[in-house]
Design a protein around this ligand. Structure first.
Ligand SMILES: Nc1nc2c(c(=O)[nH]1)N[C@H]1C(S)=C(S)[C@@H](COP(=O)(O)OP(=O)(O)OC[C@H]3O[C@@H](n4cnc5c(=O)[nH]c(N)nc54)[C@H](O)[C@@H]3O)O[C@H]1N2
Ligand SMILES: Nc1nc2c(c(=O)[nH]1)N[C@H]1C(S)=C(S)[C@@H](COP(=O)(O)OP(=O)(O)OC[C@H]3O[C@@H](n4cnc5c(=O)[nH]c(N)nc54)[C@H](O)[C@@H]3O)O[C@H]1N2
Ligand SMILES: [Mo]
Length: 760
């Protein structure tokens, strides 16, 4: 019999710095082991062959990195494979399971053990008398939610969360239902992820998205990569890095940690490279700023570029600045005013190193700057992304091949969710079209985001919570506070594929509604359905599930939304059932509501799908001035108080957000340990700590309140002094609910002030 993929908690923790290339054999071996243990040695690879295909196949439910567009149909990666296998497990968690375990008992289980029970098979509702989940029919489940929503005196007492995996068609129906009910309470995982990027790009360029695509990545001269652990979280970026390196492009990594992608790599699918063990270096320069020091570092590069322009006019693209931008003089002035000493202090990087990056930037005709959570989850995330845009504008790195901003999005369809209407601050123009096309009267007042929803649940203002995918309880900040908020709800509803913490931290009444996964066949009255998704680079394409559903009782996400909507809005004129019968009909409506979706049904069936029109890419800027806007923000103060450290929460290699595959973090050299804190050896010495010593970590929130975790093990790591790092979601208990950015409302999950003390 196959054994289970189970973190070997009894095993001793190990730490041996990783010395091999990223991807390559390590990844191949890890995948094989994973599939064998998951009992999917055949279904796994078979399914993967069907993933990301040009014609048919399903979109990888993993990250949002785009598929290779050159006819290479199989750009697969280790973590994508794990992700697919995770969904395809043969294990099932049915009614017998729930009958055998009380919720109080399950609450003691680990995240791993909960999800490891396998796929949910039928709708379940919480029975307070027995403290168990018991089966409920779909019609009764819909009526339970519908009744609770109908009973609310104010539609704003409901909140509808979205995790970024939801396909575009379901997304559209979901926001339509919320707005027809009368609320913009549409919190989503983006509120914790790239909210800062969206706001900054919107303000600077009039678009909430990056402007580059993979062709640009293939043609750029220099890549600047900030705050992403690509080898683990966007592994197919390794392909782009290897190819860039081979053609002589420069690659600069900016990260307090030197991550695996910043060393050398073997292309995940390049078997020749794997056979010869020939890895390619994937970095020209590594800069290790202090956590939160990126804005100062970018300012330093810009300062050096401006200084160079005094003797070399070509350092700036004066024509571009003149024709297409606004605010340049103010920006130049603020750069000149910012002293190098200040830049060094804030960034933690010496001027000489920053100048090296500036040299690379000035020598490159075309540059791309890419970033992820290391940049966004800070108080000044918006200012930092705007500073990145400033730097690009200086040399006209926008609107031409090989140049531009390239945020790395997280969930496979998180970008599509926003495009299709999941936004607690919707634009009036969008609401106008929604009203005209769908015949509803959408509310105009802004709704609640993730943090706002938690606070409102705590205060009793939101009483019905619906989670469309995801694991809200655990993904959100301040676990204790968020748990209490959910428990105060009248009703919590989770549409899910697997059992997770959010099901156990429930309201007075609770529902678990099991849905089809992306890999599964979605049969409706109109035949086999496909759903569309949008990747990080604005490509929209269809995804078609191939596998027999995990249980005959599963419904698709559009069908579940329609069922809830019909029950909640009995007099709705929206043809919910008609939409669900054939998703082409949803797409026809979307084509009339959404910008850039004209002729949706035809274009989404082109072999590679289509790219959503990007005005900024065409140098058309929907900003107040009609130009790309420089910003001239002052540098924030990111220095730590004596005795404290700045701690960033992040993912290990072997997890998907709140889903933990194992207790290993291969590229960082860790085995059998997740309750750890990476620290600089000098900071450890100062505290008299040695490797694996047990410590308590206490965060100090802005309001002075403290939160602690106990008995974490210290791991000495190459990280700047004053900085520390550890894993989400375990460390979410340290993220205070009130500590979100005043610029983006995003929880500052990469910037906690902590003290670290020996336990006991
Ligand atoms: N396998 C896998 N893939 C994933 C996910 C997953 O959990 N597993 N999650 C998906 C999601 S939803 C998202 S949003 C993305 C997340 O992708 P990442 O952004 O890579 O996520 P994190 O693990 O949080 O890592 C952030 C990186 O930021 C660095 N960092 C921390 N603080 C700073 C800082 O102040 N400045 C800079 N420059 N760097 C800093 C850390 O060292 C780390 O390398 O990945 C997506 N892809
Ligand atoms: N401290 C800290 N906290 C963080 C972050 C951080 O860096 N640090 N990162 C934040 C970020 S970037 C994000 S995106 C959030 C992630 O937050 P979420 O998106 O809420 O969390 P996930 O862990 O991705 O959700 C996993 C669950 O999704 C369900 N699921 C999987 N596939 C499907 C499907 O096809 N349909 C449906 N309906 N359900 C499905 C399963 O039941 C599974 O248990 O976490 C945030 N939290
Ligand atoms: Mo994310």
């Amino acid at each position: 019999m196959v054994d289970r993929v189970r973190p070997e908690r009894a095993k001793q923790p190990e730490f041996h710095p990783y010395r091999h290339p990223a991807a390559g054999w390590g990844a191949a071996e890890s995948v094989t082991r994973f599939l064998l243990r998951a009992g999917e040695p055949i279904a796994g690879p078979h399914a993967i062959m069907k993933m990301n295909h040009e014609n048919g196949g399903f979109d990888c439910p993993g990250c949002a990195w785009p598929d290779d567009r050159k006819g290479l149909h199989l750009d697969i990666c280790e973590n994508g494979i794990k992700h697919v296998a995770w969904e395809m497990t043969h294990k099932r968690v049915g009614r017998e399971f729930f009958a055998a375990h009380t919720v109080t008992e399950l609450a003691q289980w680990s995240e791993f053990d909960l999800e490891d029970q396998g796929r949910l098979t039928e709708p379940m509702t919480y029975d307070p008398d027995t403290d168990r989940y018991v089966p409920i029919s779909w019609p009764d489940a819909f009526e339970l939610v519908g009744g609770a929503l109908r009973d609310l005196d104010d539609p704003n007492a409901a909140a509808f969360y979205t995790s970024g995996r939801l396909g575009n068609e379901a997304t559209f129906l979901y926001q339509l239902m919320a707005r027809e009910l009368g609320t913009n309470n549409l919190p989503d995982c983006s509120n914790m992820c790239h909210e800062a990027s969206g706001r900054a790009l919107q303000a600077a360029l009039g678009t909430g998205k990056g402007t580059v695509d993979l062709v640009d990545w293939e043609n750029t001269d220099a890549l600047f990569i900030f705050g992403v652990n690509a080898a683990s979280n966007a592994p197919r970026m390794l392909t782009a890095l290897v190819e860039a390196s081979k053609r002589g492009a420069q690659i600069v990594h900016v990260n307090p940690l030197i991550e695996a992608a910043a060393r050398r790599a073997i292309i995940p699918h390049d078997f020749a490279q794997m056979a010869t063990f020939r890895a390619t270096p994937t970095s020209t320069l590594n800069l290790q700023p202090h956590i939160g020091g990126d804005m100062a570092l970018v300012r330093g590069i810009a300062k050096a570029v401006l200084a160079e322009a005094a003797s070399n006019p070509k350092a700036l693209d004066a024509e571009f600045i003149d024709r297409y931008t606004s605010g340049f003089e103010d920006y130049r002035a603020v750069c000149e005013r910012t002293a190098w000493a200040e830049i060094e202090r804030q960034s933690g990087v010496p001027e000489s190193e920053i100048r090296k990056a500036a040299r690379i930037y000035c020598d490159a005709d075309r540059s791309i700057i890419s970033w992820c959570l290391g940049v966004t989850q800070h108080e000044h995330g918006v200012d930092t992304v705007r500073e990145i845009v400033n730097l690009l504008l200086l040399r006209g790195n926008l609107g031409r091949e090989g140049a531009g901003p390239s945020p790395v999005r997280g969930h496979s369809n998180v970008q599509g969710n926003r495009t299709c209407g999941i936004d607690h601050r919707p634009a009036d123009a969008f609401l106008d079209r929604l009203a005209a096309v769908c015949g509803i009267d959408p509310p105009r007042a802004h709704g609640l985001d993730t943090v706002g929803t938690i606070e409102a649940m705590h205060q009793g203002r939101v009483r019905v919570f619906v989670g469309m995918g995801g694991n809200f309880a655990l993904a959100a900040p301040d676990s204790a506070y968020t748990f209490e908020a959910l428990r105060r709800c009248e009703l919590t509803v989770h549409v899910s594929t697997k059992l997770n913490r959010s099901h156990l931290v429930h309201g007075r009444r609770a529902l678990i509604l099991p849905c089809l996964g992306r890999t599964e066949r979605d049969e409706q009255r109109g035949g086999l359905q496909e759903t569309s998704v949008e990747d990080s680079m604005s490509m929209v394409h269809l995804s078609r599930g191939m596998k027999k559903p995990a249980s005959p009782q599963l419904l698709s996400e559009p069908a579940i939304i329609a069922g809830i909507a019909r029950a909640a809005l009995p007099n709705s004129a929206t043809p919910w059932e008609y939409y669900v019968d054939d998703y082409d009909r949803i797409r026809d409506t979307m084509a009339r509501v959404l910008d850039g979706f004209e002729d949706f049904n035809r274009r989404v069936r082109l072999p590679l799908g289509f790219r959503i029109r990007q005005p900024a890419r065409e140098l058309v800027f929907h900003t107040p001035t009609g130009r790309a806007e420089f910003s001239a923000a002052a540098l924030p103060s990111v220095a730590t108080e004596p005795g404290t450290l700045t701690l960033a929460t992040m993912r290990s290699h072997d997890q998907w957000n709140t889903t933990i595959y194992s207790d290993n973090d291969r590229y960082r050299g860790v085995r059998n340990l997740r309750t750890l804190v990476f620290m600089n050896a000098d900071d450890m010495r100062e505290r008299g700590l040695s490797q694996f010593d047990e410590v308590d970590i206490t965060s100090v929130a802005r309001d002075g309140s403290t939160r602690s975790v106990h008995n974490y093990k210290v791991v000495p790591y190459d990280i700047p002094r004053g900085c520390a790092a550890g894993y989400m979601p375990e460390l979410n208990v340290l993220c205070a609910i009130g500590d979100y950015s005043t610029q983006s409302d995003q929880p500052i999950m990469k910037n906690l002030t902590v003290t670290v003390r020996r336990s006991g």
